[in-house]
Design a protein around this ligand. Structure first.
Ligand code: SF4
Length: 386
């Protein structure tokens, strides 16, 4: 099995360098260079045309460049065009701190479900969270799996196209596949890919086999080749590279992926972090908290109103603009924010108020949909359908 090439911290020695691993992101990320080093394809004209011809349009998250790279997306789309079956797969290590960045790949998954009529297999890894995070009991991570599932269902999925797999409850579906995967993975590969050390507990060391097994579950359930497409952030690529290496050894199709950049923190970090609450908008934040966080956000604006009017701001380095890019529905609005910022017509305070309005309404509708999801959650459990 090929060893994934990852950046190491030594790359940080000189200015402009960065490090991206599944467990940490450091420095200012050069996304084009990262795609090249990971060996993934950029989403270009060919992919856009294919998406447009099959779906009728292109989701703003792809069109605006937030999802920007992939492995085998074109193969999956070509398969679709030829009438072949495929599915979506994503997962979540359950915790109580779900922020809007977590919802973004699921929003894209919803678009694929709607446009392509595919099924979405979703793994809630209550086992992993218990194994790798201090302070959680297994009962607690299991309870949180149900809580996080509500946020997923709230995005509008129907039971016929969303299948929830909770590891500790649905293990019989995955274990046979995981054991076969495990036989092909050495400890040294796992140490290199996941940063495991000799102190890592054996439960955590086995866990990646379950995550990979999910990529093969649709094929296993249908008894035919059903490749999956995984929408995720690019730092997760090493996990799925391993799955792609193992797939042919077990007679499964290689998982395809579509990769996003990182959602920046409102306080200016390159990646939103759960450990800096003021940098993230949580699905549980009330209106007051959302407004406080947005109005205190770092910007690419000038120090004074006079300078902003005269020199304009820099939306390219501004997290407020990046949130507009992800959460404003209208292309026209996004374009005018960009141009008005550059020209100095728009002041940061006004721009933040627009973002606050958009995020507050998004979270308010999400919360309402989440409440309704409570009555239906059992309908989405894969076991309930078998
Ligand atoms: Fe950022 Fe908006 Fe200020 Fe421009 S006007 S720098 S996009 S906050």
């Amino acid at each position: 099995m090929g060893r994934p090439r990852l950046h190491s911290d030594t790359h940080l020695a000189s200015e402009g360098e960065f490090s991206v691993t599944p467990w940490s992101v450091k420095g200012k990320v050069d996304y084009l260079r990262l795609a090249k080093e990971f060996g993934v394809q950029l989403i270009g004209e060919e992919e856009m045309q294919l998406l447009k011809s099959l779906a009728g349009d292109i989701h703003p998250l792809i069109r605006r460049g937030y999802f920007y790279a992939h492995r085998d997306l074109t193969q999956v789309l070509s398969r679709h065009a030829a009438g072949g079956k495929w599915a979506l797969y994503a997962g979540r290590g359950p915790s109580g701190d779900l922020h809007i960045g977590h919802l973004v790949p699921w929003i894209l998954a919803k678009w694929f479900v709607d446009k392509f009529g595919v099924e979405f297999f979703f793994e809630l890894t209550d086992d992993e969270k218990f194994l790798v995070k201090e302070g959680y009991t297994l009962e607690e991570t299991n309870r949180l799996a149900y809580e996080n599932a509500l946020d997923l269902i709230a995005l509008g999925f129907e039971p016929r196209n969303l299948h929830l797999i909770i590891d500790t409850e649905d293990i019989s579906l995955l274990y046979g596949i995981a054991v076969r995967i495990g036989k092909h993975l050495t400890l040294s590969t796992l140490k290199h890919t996941f940063g495991f050390t000799d102190s890592t507990n054996v439960g955590a060391a086995f866990f990646p086999t379950l995550e990979m097994a999910m990529a093969f579950l649709p094929s296993s359930l249908y008894g035919e080749e059903v490749p999956v497409l995984i929408p995720t952030a690019i730092d997760q690529d090493p996990y799925f590279r391993l799955g792609r290496d193992v797939a042919p050894l077990l007679g499964y199709p290689k998982p395809a992926t579509i990769y996003s950049k990182f959602l920046p923190g409102l306080t200016g970090e390159d990646k939103m972090s759960a450990s800096t609450p003021e940098s993230s908008i949580y699905v549980t934040d009330n209106e007051k908290a959302i407004k406080r966080k947005v109005m205190n956000a770092f910007t690419g604006g000038q120090a004074t109103v006079e300078e902003q009017r005269r020199l304009g701001g820099n939306p390219d380095i501004c997290p407020v603009y990046k949130y507009h890019l992800l959460f404003q529905e209208s292309d026209e609005k996004v374009r005018s924010i960009y141009e008005d910022c550059r020209s100095g017509r728009l002041l940061c305070g006004e721009c933040k108020l627009m973002l606050n309005e958009r995020l507050s309404s998004f979270i308010a509708s999400h919360r309402e949909a989440r409440e309704k999801a409570k009555e239906r959650i059992h309908e989405y459990r894969i076991q309930a359908k078998r």
